[in-house]
Write a protein that binds this ligand. Structure first.
Ligand code: IVH
Length: 728
């Protein structure tokens, strides 16, 4: 069940650990059962049954969709548990329903291997392909032409973010994004904040298996998404383009308390790995997931013919706009698991499943005007300003026309009737002009010859039109500010498009460095600002004087340097200075950087205007940090610490058991900073296992496989040898 609207209720928000955090005084505490009056022994007896009761209500609410008690009654139970755990912290367990938030912010997300490859689905929009697929499977399974079947599982194809959740002995131990299908990013702390993800499997109907890895989708309901965007806009932040982007951003936060404030939901649809149990049919597996407390998609059906599949698809095409979550098709899967094994998979997708996708949503509307937008790199983008039209539940009033060539190819003119489409996370596009015989069209649209913003004559570059006045054009400066403050860059809350526009218009900011000289008093004078919002913005900027090098680098807007390249450059060179002065050959040592990119990067840094602007903004920074080593001064040289070390570089490490000198996540972060890959499970490809206090099955497995095992002391010694200073 997806229950976004109910999820905003206070009781569930409390269960999400957001409304009341430990230590906060609770205005309603007077009517909470005085749990603190219990003796330790009484509390010890009561605490686990109380947790079970809360878990039972979570199950009824999130999985069955039939809450048995009111939000207020749930709230009371939850507060009672919290009070008990606060009075007796020794009773706290990591899988307690109160423990969804609390991990320290991370400095990066670890790379973790999946328990099994997360394949993607073959997909089509054509009924004829679905027919071919059905025939192929029938032939593969040897179904006689006159017989019906096989049985198909039919599910909505959820348009969220794919994830693997791993439960060991019934307890959620890790959550990993799909990544490249073999390994993804570890987002465990963030996933723990999602109320519909059980921290521990329910065992009322059947015991939890020793290992269960489920695949599912993290998503945001449309109602929750709308409410979130409204809140962001009120705060002066940029709203998200669609629920999937909002979900993906929330999942990849380094600080899980931010994730907790995003209304995420989870639905499971596939068992990736399971030990100790075997199912014959997918349906049995789905039933088991449900009984373990994992929510599965509603409207799940079975069918036995092509017609059933087509009818199921048609039903969703009809109802798609009434659902509270985004779907982009339906998924057809063979129910018989033995049959699945028989058919097998290609290297990309299983032969027993197919995504039958929807046609993108299209609507017809009129172009009122064509406007030109000047972006941060000076590119002039023609934008169609449309008579507002609803395209699949979203009001569209602008659509990109991309560039001069596209505009000419489609021959889109002002006043034209056009078909507009919104597909997946793509910004609305004008697909084509709808011919109107009776109407006289406007003249063909011509791109301006001068920049509409600063009047500089434009230059043509292939299909693009560009304003070359990089440092004098206010529109480009505004774009650079927005980019510098954006989520993957410095992530300055409250500095969105409108604010950037104001800062530039009012002459408060002439380059990036000026941001750091904005005074709250001056900001408070700006239209739409009050003392509080001005103080917040000034504080948010000040807080970013210490920032990760990769974010700073991405924020500079170096051509071709996206989030991934910025991260790789930061990890490889470790200081801004080293990156700025790197030769093309040195840059090309970083995987993914080829000759074209190295040239663009060196040209960018050598430009005297850029060099001056970067000098100025770098001088404002206190620290540009890189994971694995204590931060370095903005322009400073490397101190030798944290360079890739042979014991770590390219080797796979696993941490297990309790560590004393470091937390597990610090240990991981440090090892990764030295070039190690850290995974959660021991396998043939593991190189080293660090076994702390109480290490169990992973240590045993390491011994079995003859993997090198070391204790914490040896690990710390290695860190010190690699130049990491743990004293500070
Ligand atoms: S089954 C290999 N079922 O769609 C088969 N996938 O490329 C396992 N998706 O990112 C996937 N809804 O995560 C399956 N009901 C559903 C799904 C679903 C969404 C996602 C999946 C993947 C993409 C397919």
């Amino acid at each position: 069940m997806v229950s976004g609207d109910e999820m905003t209720s206070e009781a569930r928000a409390v269960s999400n650990g957001v409304v009341s955090s430990p230590g906060e005084t609770d205005p309603d505490a007077s009517w909470v059962d005085p749990a603190a009056d219990l003796t330790l022994e009484e509390a010890r007896r009561q605490v686990e049954p109380l947790r079970d009761e809360i878990r039972r209500h979570d199950y009824l609410y999130y999985v069955e969709g039939e809450p048995a008690i009111s939000d207020e009654a749930y709230d009371t139970l939850f507060r009672r548990l919290k009070a008990m755990e606060e009075a007796y912290p020794e009773l706290l367990t990591p899988d307690s329903p109160t423990q969804r938030v609390g991990a320290e912010p991370r400095t990066d997300l670890p790379t973790i291997e999946h328990t099994a490859p997360m394949l993607s689905l073959d997909s089509t929009k054509e009924p004829a392909d679905v027919e071919r697929f059905v025939d192929r499977v029938r032939r593969g399974l040897g179904v006689e032409p006159e017989n019906p079947g096989p049985t198909w599982i039919l599910e909505p194809k959820l348009d969220g973010v794919s994830i693997e959740l791993v439960y060991e002995e019934g307890v959620l131990t890790r959550a990993v994004t799909r990544g490249n299908g073999r390994q993804g990013e570890g987002v465990t702390e963030n996933v723990r904040t999602i109320p519909s993800v059980p921290l521990r499997l329910r065992e009322e109907d059947r015991p939890a298996p020793p290992l269960l890895a489920v695949r599912g989708e993290v998503l945001m309901t449309l109602s929750a998404f709308d409410a979130l965007n409204e809140r962001l806009m009120e705060e002066g932040s940029t709203p998200f383009a669609n629920p999937r982007n909002a979900t993906s951003g929330a999942l990849r936060q380094l600080d899980s308390s931010i994730t907790a404030r995003r209304p995420l939901d989870f639905l499971a649809f596939d068992i990736l790995t399971i030990e100790g149990v075997r199912f014959d049919r997918d349906m049995e597996g789905l039933e088991a997931l449900k009984s373990w407390g994992l929510p599965v998609p509603d409207r799940l059906e079975t069918g036995s013919s092509l017609d059933d599949i087509l009818a199921y698809h048609a039903g969703f095409v009809r109802d798609r706009d009434t659902l509270d979550y985004e779907i982009d098709g339906v998924v057809v899967k063979l129910d018989d698991l033995e049959g699945r094994d028989l058919l097998g998979s290609t290297s990309h997708h299983p032969r027993w499943a197919l995504a039958f996708k929807f046609e993108p949503r299209k609507e017809v509307t009129r172009i009122e005007r064509i406007a030109i937008q000047v972006g941060r790199t000076g590119v002039l983008t023609p934008v169609a300003l449309l008579r507002p039209v609803e395209v699949g539940g979203v009001t569209v009033s602008r659509a990109t026309l991309h560039n001069r060539e596209e505009l000419e190819r489609k021959d889109v003119r002002e006043g034209d009737l056009v078909r507009v489409q919104r597909a997946g996370d793509v910004i609305p596009q004008v697909v084509e002009v709808v011919p109107e015989e009776a109407r006289k069209r406007a003249e063909p649209y011509r791109m301006p010859e001068i920049c509409p913003n600063c009047g500089t004559p434009v230059e043509l570059q292939g299909p693009f039109t560009r304003c070359p006045n990089r440092f004098g054009c206010a529109a480009q400066l505004k774009g650079r500010l927005v980019h510098f403050a954006s989520r993957n860059a410095l992530d300055i809350e409250g500095l969105g498009k409108e604010t950037a526009q104001l800062l530039v218009e009012q002459g408060l900011v002439e380059d990036l460095a000026d941001l750091f000289h904005l005074e709250a008093e001056a900001l408070a004078e700006l239209p739409g600002f009050a003392e509080k919002s001005a103080g917040n913005l000034a504080g948010a900027i000040e807080a970013r004087r210490t920032t990760e090098l990769r974010r700073f680098l991405f924020g500079l807007g170096v051509p071709e340097v996206g989030v991934t390249v910025a991260r790789d450059l930061a990890l490889h060179f470790r200081t801004l200075e080293a990156i700025r002065t790197a030769s093309r050959e040195e840059l090309e040592e970083v995987s993914g950087i080829g000759p074209k990119m190295s040239e663009l990067i060196t040209t960018f840094f050598q430009d005297p205007n850029h060099a001056r602007a970067i000098d100025r903004v770098a001088a404002e920074m206190v620290e540009l940090t890189v994971p694995g080593v204590p931060g370095e001064g903005a322009g400073g040289g490397a101190d030798g610490a944290g360079d890739a070390h042979p014991a770590f570089a390219g080797r796979t490490w696993v941490f297990t058991g309790g560590l004393e000198r470091l937390t597990r996540s610090e240990a991981k972060r440090l090892a990764e900073g030295l070039g190690a890959k850290v995974t959660g499970s021991v396998s043939g490809s593991t190189d080293v296992v660090v076994a702390g206090e109480g290490a169990g099955s992973k240590l045993a497995r390491a011994r079995e496989l003859g993997v090198e095992v070391m204790d914490e002391e040896a690990f710390v010694a290695l860190l010190e040898e690699a130049g990491v200073d743990l004293a500070g």
